[in-house]
Design a protein around this ligand. Structure first.
Ligand code: GDP
Ligand code: MG
Length: 162
């Protein structure tokens, strides 16, 4: 079986956009309305000649009460099944309570984590990504899933973690 990379993070940070970028197709559903991805969807992926399974997560009702807890519960399942985790944060928003809830799960799991600071569409946003060092998960990798910026370096870090 291939190594499994789970893509986790709160709704609307760009997980599905990033998954599409990595698999080079438009299969993961991207919506301006958060929460449209089904609970977990797997894809075959490949970077620098190494194959792995990529798991997109989502499927929360963004208006539900206790959203942070639901996100954390989903993340816990996905992380439990994964060899490594790609944790996606929206660098233009910064760290929210829902992000913090996921971080707790990640710490508890002991699994290797690569931190993606998404929506860094241009160099001006790059300084905002630096604030994500405060998560204590190591280096934030500034990327733009939408435009493809920075995803090569981030994927090199993913391969090192898998
Ligand atoms: P998910 O809920 O985490 O799977 O997020 P989606 O992939 O569905 O994206 C949510 C919204 O963020 C969509 O409108 C995307 O087009 C937008 N988005 C995703 N990545 C980027 C990015 O790198 N830059 C910008 N500006 N928008 C992005
Ligand atoms: Mg999604």
């Amino acid at each position: 079986p291939l190594p499994v990379l789970a893509v986790v993070g709160r709704p609307n940070v760009g997980k599905s956009t990033l998954v599409n970028r990595i698999i080079g197709r438009r299969e993961a559903v991207v919506e301006d309305v958060p929460g449209v991805t089904r609970d977990r969807v797997s894809y075959d992926a490949n970077w620098a000649g190494r194959a792995f399974t990529l798991v997109d997560t989502g499927g929360w009702d963004p208006d539900a009460r206790g959203l942070a807890e639901r996100i954390a519960a989903q993340a816990e399942i996905a992380v439990g099944l994964a060899d490594a985790v790609l944790f996606v944060v929206d660098a233009t928003v910064g760290i929210t309570d829902a992000d913090e809830a996921v971080v707790k799960i990640l710490r508890k799991s002991g699994k290797p984590v690569v931190l993606a600071a998404n929506k860094v569409d241009d160099h001006r946003t790059e300084t905002e990504a630096l604030g994500l060092w405060n998560l204590g998960l190591g280096e934030p990798h500034p990327i733009s899933a939408l435009h493809g910026r920075g995803s090569g370096d981030m994927l090199d870090a993913v391969l090192a973690a898998l």
